[in-house]
Design a protein around this ligand. Structure first.
Ligand code: NAD
Length: 252
């Protein structure tokens, strides 16, 4: 059912939150646009400006690695300035209230952790761009270390195993993190309310989770200003701004 207007949508959302015992939010780039981080597919989004660099290309070419890090550092002022928005804060309030055990996110911006979720309760399907990792041995690096090397010699390799160092994100063509996929599956199947927020639901396998939760018996709410392919299976669709829809649930 598509909410006829924002007010009735928020009212129904409040009722469904009150009726639920275990709520699992699933977030996409749209929850972070209020924080100043552009999404991928909206007009002016990152997708329209830069073709993503597939994993295979990153591994094969120093040039691709240089370009990938150049883009990442160009985004740094944006990521560094971003603060949790009303959507993040509302979910953190539900988490503190014990209604939300964990959040499943496609985002890489660390804003759920910054809003108060324990890191272990943020299931990152696509990793995290606020630090780096060796693609060979998995050694973690901070971005300051990478930037220093990058400025001297371009995209750096691991000091232990010589393999390339990459942001700790999942690129197209890269395997999904098994542990995160397993935990997200368990959460989607165990909740009684699943809320997809700010995702175009076109990136798979992540986009399979709302459907999976619905199939397992949960109610499904979709909050996104554009239509998605799963709107017709949702119990409630709020096609409005996320900050406006979730603002009333931020609390103190
Ligand atoms: P997407 O860009 O495909 O879709 C975002 C959706 O959010 C769009 O449908 C848009 O209409 C909607 N939206 C944007 N701002 C909104 C607002 N204020 N209120 C309501 N709706 C709003 O994003 P996706 O589905 O998450 O897939 C993109 C992939 O890109 C993800 O897998 C993620 O890893 C990555 N990404 C992450 C970030 C981030 O971490 N913040 C930013 C860009 C891309």
């Amino acid at each position: 059912m598509i909410a006829s207007d924002l007010r009735s949508g928020v009212e129904r959302l409040g009722e469904m939150i009150a009726e639920a015992s275990t709520i699992v939010p699933f977030t996409g780039a749209g929850i972070s646009t209020e924080s100043g981080i552009p999404d991928f597919r909206s007009p002016g989004g990152l997708w329209t400006r830069n073709r993503p660099i597939p994993y295979e290309e990153f591994v094969a070419s120093q040039e691709a690695r240089d370009e990938s890090w150049r883009r990442r550092f160009a985004m740094e002022p944006t990521f560094a300035a971003a603060k949790p928005g009303r959507g993040h804060r509302a979910l953190a309030a539900l988490y503190r209230a014990g209604k939300v055990p964990a959040v499943i996110t496609q985002n890489i911006d660390n804003l759920h952790q910054r809003s108060g979720f324990a890191p272990d309760h943020v299931i990152e399907l696509h990793g995290n761009t606020t630090y780096a990792r060796c693609i060979g041995c998995g050694k973690i690096y901070d971005l300051i270390w990478v930037k220093q090397r990058f400025d001297e010699n371009g995209a750096p390799d691991c000091i232990d195993c010589d393999e390339p160092v990459k942001t700790a994100t999942i690129s197209f063509g890269q395997a999904m993190p098994e542990d995160a996929m397993e935990r997200a599956t368990e959460l989607a199947q165990a909740c009684d309310l699943f809320i997809a927020i700010g995702s175009s639901l076109v990136v798979w396998p992540a986009a399979g989770f709302p459907m999976m939760a619905k199939d397992a018996g949960a109610r499904l709410i979709i909050i996104n200003r554009e239509p998605t392919d799963q709107d017709d299976i949702a119990d409630l669709v709020i096609r409005h701004d996320i900050g406006e829809a979730l603002g009333p649930f931020v609390g103190d």
